[in-house]
Design a protein around this ligand. Structure first.
Ligand code: ADP
Ligand code: ADP
Length: 224
């Protein structure tokens, strides 16, 4: 779905973390927010997720103002650096969990879990406890659990940064493939310029509370 950030401003004490940010993110776009640690990337994602309130500004999704909606009414999915999987469950139960919470029928859940497992190429590990699978596999499970909710958009906070370099390269390619296949609207935060360049349809460079540059990877002239 299309997301509009309008004049988003956030202060912590006297520190202005986000300073009047406005931007439109198109349906099916892979939008990367690039900036160093402390730039305010997570704060912006939290505001989109509804976990933090902006001091000023609005978030519009497909024409609807969601600024005052609580997180559970926003139909978003978040994927984190540490995956946040449920450690005592199998891969299958981790993916099924958000659907069980919505009281969807067992057969329906089963269909959805198997479909998303195929998309992420984890069908063969569905019965494994998540503590027994590799980091790369855990990352796929986290993404599967997000996708199965059929969210309006995806918020990804450095989801690949805990993977070793070789696995990270593979995961990048996979993530891009899946995003295209879903035609998902992905908002992806990273401090890694190469990662931003390889994934993004557009990159926004977050610097001193503002999107200092926004453009296609080959249009950007300078990085922080
Ligand atoms: P990034 O994700 O780019 O590393 P953050 O959004 O986590 O940046 O943080 C941006 C700035 O806001 C940092 O200076 C951080 O210390 C500060 N900050 C984040 N959350 C809070 C909070 N709850 N209270 C006070 N300061 C915060
Ligand atoms: P629910 O009981 O609806 O599954 P959770 O306790 O998982 O809710 O999280 C509450 C809300 O916070 C969710 O509805 C969602 O908007 C957001 N949220 C928290 N964690 C995630 C996640 N891993 N993926 C997507 N959304 C999440």
């Amino acid at each position: 779905m299309m997301i509009e950030l309008q004049e988003i401003t956030k202060k912590y004490g006297s520190k202005v973390v986000l300073d009047d940010i406005s931007e439109k993110i198109e349906t099916g776009e892979f939008f990367v927010i690039l900036g160093p640690s402390g730039a305010g990337k997570s704060t912006l994602l939290k505001i989109m997720a509804g976990i933090e309130k902006p001091d000023k500004g609005r978030i519009i999704v497909d024409g609807k103002d969601i600024t005052n909606l609580p997180p559970e009414k926003r139909n978003i999915a978040m994927v984190f650096q540490n995956y946040a999987l449920y450690p005592n469950m199998t891969v299958y139960d981790n993916i099924a969990f958000p659907l069980k919470m919505k009281h969807i029928k067992k057969e329906e859940i089963d269909k959805k879990v198997k479909r998303v497992a195929e998309l992420l190429k984890i069908s063969d590990i569905l019965n494994m406890p998540v503590t027994r699978i590799s980091g790369g596999q855990q990352q796929r499970v986290a993404l599967a659990r997000a996708i199965v909710r059929e969210p309006s958009f995806y918020l990804l906070d450095e989801p690949l940064s805990n993977l070793d370099a070789r696995v990270r390269l593979i995961a990048r390619g996979e993530l891009k493939r899946i995003q295209k296949e879903l035609n998902g609207t992905f908002i992806y935060v990273t401090h890694d310029q190469k990662e931003a360049m390889s994934l993004a349809d557009r990159i926004a460079v977050l610097h001193e509370g503002k999107f200092e540059q926004v453009g296609k990877p080959d249009e950007l002239y300078e990085f922080p």
